[in-house]
Design a protein around this ligand. Structure first.
Ligand code: ARG
Length: 397
């Protein structure tokens, strides 16, 4: 038996060709598949991997862990990359890489391998994660090195080597799917002025096809985590799936971005995350009700940084762990219910309530029952503005 390598296997063309390519170079290839809600036919891919030359296939259902330890942490952080990306792909990479490392340990493998290109973020996420978890493991990235420069050359290679693949017709886009969302790139989308064809979308309806009537959803959070949908207790995975259907049918959850990759390239990406955007809006709304101003504003700064760390593959790092502690502290009060109205792509928060609400009607009201002492405002303003008294004198606007 040759040197053992655990390969992050998707069942697609690239990683199928990698099995053969590594086997031909004397490696004993174990194909590893993590189920993060991509809806793959794992039974079929298991057969395919074995038929292609893998000595063993490992399939792990990581959906619950993905939601609990990755997706909901990002949700509690309100992490959004460059204002439009809820990080579905980026969040899945560290958990898959962790699975690779654990499988390598179980199987006594010296190597792990992935099918990422040298131009993307995913290679960084896989490799940084593997190295922070076990620096002794050696990493192979065949796509970065091999002689197969185009997709048609890969298809040729697959044919020559009897590798079972889905179809020989040109795949129009590169699509990554998991429970939290879908990322779509390449093909016609490489022209930033090209409007995405309607048929690329899998989770969301277009505005014209979305339901004519608004749909209300009620989400209850406990400690920053959604626990009930429309009054019913439901686990994280189920909640995301159910909400994705409701929000997607209402046309909620699309983004079309030019984003900055870690490797310096700007790229066009289309994202769908209907459950994600609805939960994000609801979570933010609840936070605005229960967190004090300074915590809220400071947390906003962390959100941006948290998204960057996730995007940059720095999930298993000291700063990220420290942020999680801070965020968890803030989430102790984030319990309550948010009502949203979803309609034709719009996701509007229309109500929020919480036992920890800091909203005090008797302070805010302009009606009967006002207890706010307006006379105190005079002195407050005097001192607040004291450092600036006269400081702008003589300046031309
Ligand atoms: N640009 C996104 C990211 O770096 C998604 C990349 C996923 N790949 C894809 N085939 N669309 O996280």
């Amino acid at each position: 038996m040759g040197k053992k390598v655990v390969l992050a296997y998707s069942g697609g063309l690239d990683t199928s060709v990698i099995i053969k390519w590594l086997a031909k170079r004397g490696y004993d290839v174990i194909a590893y598949m993590a189920d993060v809600g991509q809806g793959s036919d794992f039974a079929q891919y298991r057969k395919r991997a074995l038929a292609t030359g893998a000595s063993k296939v490992v399939v792990e259902d990581l959906k619950d862990e993905f939601v609990k330890e990755f997706v909901f942490k990002a949700l509690k952080a309100d992490a959004v990359y460059e204002s439009g990306y809820l990080l579905a792909t980026a969040l899945s990479r560290p958990i898959i890489a962790k699975g690779l490392v654990e499988t390598a340990h179980k199987e006594n493998a010296e190597y792990v391998a992935h099918g990422c290109t040298g131009k993307g973020n995913d290679q960084v996420r896989f490799e940084v994660t593997v190295r922070s978890l076990d620096p002794r493991l050696k990493i192979l990235a065949p796509v970065r090195e091999w002689e197969l420069k185009t997709r048609s050359e890969e298809i040729e290679y697959a044919k020559d080597n009897n590798i079972p693949i889905d179809t020989t017709k040109k795949k129009p886009y590169s699509i990554d799917v998991n429970l939290w969302g879908i990322s779509i790139e390449s093909g016609k989308l490489e022209d930033p002025y090209h409007e995405p064809d309607e048929d690329i979308y899998q989770l969301t309806k277009g505005i014209d096809k979305a339901g004519a009537k608004p749909v209300y959803v009620e989400i209850e959070f406990k400690g920053g985590i959604p626990v009930k949908l429309n009054g019913k207790t439901i686990g994280g995975v189920g909640l995301i799936l159910k909400l994705a259907k409701i929000a997607g049918d209402a046309g909620v959850g699309r983004s079309d971005m030019i984003e900055n990759r870690l490797v310096g390239i700007k790229s066009r990406e289309i994202y769908e995350a209907p459950a994600g955007w609805t939960l994000y809006a609801a979570h933010k709304a609840l936070e605005s009700l229960v967190l004090d101003r300074e915590t809220l504003h400071f947390k906003d700064l962390i959100a941006q940084k948290y998204a960057e760390l996730t995007y940059y593959g720095l999930w298993y790092t000291p700063l990220k762990s420290a942020f999680d502690k801070f965020i968890d502290e803030t989430q102790k009060k984030v319990s309550g219910t948010v009502k949203l109205k979803l309609h034709k792509g719009n996701c509007a928060v229309v109500g929020r309530k919480s036992p920890n609400s800091l909203y005090k009607r008797e302070l805010a009201t302009y009606e009967e029952g006002d207890v706010f002492d307006q006379s105190l405002a005079k002195g407050f303003i005097e001192l607040w503005g004291l450092p600036y008294k006269g400081s702008y004198k003589g300046r031309k606007q």
